[in-house]
Design a protein around this ligand. Structure first.
Ligand SMILES: [Mg+2]
Length: 404
């Protein structure tokens, strides 16, 4: 079954998404997500100019061979742009194979290991009362696990904190130049234990609570935060140190029993370095879209399983519904599932992408539609052309650039 068309579709229904649509000679189509937040057109160009011409005439059934052909064949391996492009092709080929088989993708991955995938939402607030309201709103929407992000006294805006409680998270992009925030790690370290104390006091000991450090701490600062949060029994503490140095987590691990998660900015299984073999983390955070697709994610999760490490697939709103659907199929199938991040897409995004996955009782299910179970409406997409948008940049009080 030969591929006869490879269309790269860029649309911005509130935020930018890059989608690859492959069509076979039998008329079967497959979708893949290649969205790289803030650098979308680099992936579009990579796909359009360097990958799409190679796909025409290839056998759509040869998924592993195509992955290796694009990965090894480029000579220049890895990197977020390359791997998002490889992911888009790989995911689209899995969509085609599952549609051709007349099965939902999770069946091809071994079938369901559970009835649904536990999802966590993004609760946040500028202060403790807003956070408590936001947690309450998430529980009312059905969530059974929540991430907590808090405003910090003295700082105007902080990653992960929205305006009014209970509102859907605002798009991170939308600025023609990066928005600049000011950051203060000592103030953050002083403030966060009290936030979790208040949330535990209000909602009890059982609700799974997560927190994202967004790569901002040194190892010794992260070790201190992990220790200080131990009484509040976090499900995980995420991205505490800059992820490109996995050995930083050795020091953190020596000092705290708070579970650790990392990997959303990784683009290869190899980025995990010693993290799995030395058991320095408890959850792998890669996105299907950024690690190289379903094929690469399955290999990563199988390797993680050898060391008792579980999945925590990255699922912010800048992963398109196509990337989210791929994640949910994997969540249902793999044995070492941990939790799935789930930030619902805007109504406008869901006019362009029509996913069939559903969220009920705190659990995500990919549905039993053949393939990924996502439709792409090209006419609606055309109403929302690309808009330049950047992620914010962080500076310390003295102007020094810091990790955002
Ligand atoms: Mg994160």
């Amino acid at each position: 079954m030969k591929i006869i068309a490879a269309d790269v579709l860029v649309t911005s229904p509130g935020r930018n998404f890059v989608t690859l649509r492959l069509t076979t000679e039998d008329g079967v189509t497959g979708l893949g997500d290649g969205t790289l937040n803030g650098r979308e057109l680099a992936v579009e160009s990579y796909l359009r100019h360097h990958v799409a011409p190679l796909l025409i005439g290839r056998d759509a059934g040869r998924i592993e061979d195509t992955w290796q052909y694009l990965y090894r064949g480029a000579y220049w391996r890895r990197g977020p742009v390359t791997m998002a492009a490889v992911a888009a092709v790989d995911t689209a080929l899995w969509d085609i194979k599952a549609k051709t088989a007349g099965m939902p993708l999770y069946q091809l991955l071994g079938g369901a290991s559970r009835s649904g995938a536990l999802a966590y939402g993004h609760a946040s607030g500028r202060d403790v009362p807003e956070i408590l309201d936001s947690v309450r709103a998430h529980l009312e929407r059905g969530y059974r696990a929540v991430r907590i992000q808090s405003g910090i006294p003295g700082l105007d805006s902080v990653y992960g904190v929205d305006g009014a409680p209970g509102e859907a998270p605002a798009p991170v992009g939308g600025h023609p130049r990066p928005f600049e925030e000011v950051w203060d790690t000592p103030a953050y370290l002083r403030h966060m234990p009290g936030v979790f104390e208040a949330v535990r006091a209000e909602f009890g000991p059982a609700l799974p609570l997560l927190h994202d450090g967004h790569h901002r701490m040194t190892p010794i600062q992260a070790a201190r935060l992990g220790k200080d949060l131990e009484p509040y029994d976090l499900f995980w503490l995420e991205d505490v140190t800059p992820a490109e140095d996995p050995t930083a987590l050795r020091l953190v691990r020596q000092h705290t029993t708070t579970p650790l998660a990392i990997g959303e900015v990784f683009n290869s299984l190899h980025d995990y370095g010693p993290l799995l073999g030395e058991r320095l983390i408890d959850y792998v955070r890669s996105a299907v879209t950024h690690v190289g697709g379903v094929t690469a994610m399955r290999k990563l999760l199988d390797l993680a399983a050898v060391y008792g490490v579980k999945s925590g697939i990255h699922g912010p709103a800048d992963i398109s519904p196509v990337g989210m659907a791929a994640a949910i199929h994997l969540d249902l199938a793999v044995h070492n599932f941990g939790i799935q991040e789930y930030a619902p897409h805007s109504a406008r995004t869901l006019e362009v992408f029509r996913p069939s996955y559903r969220f009920t009782g705190g659990l995500l299910h990919p549905s039993d539609e053949p393939g990924l179970g996502v439709e792409f409406d090209e006419e609606v997409a055309a109403r929302f052309p690309y808009e330049p948008a950047y992620l914010p940049v962080n500076r310390l009080g003295d102007g020094t650039v810091h990790d955002w």
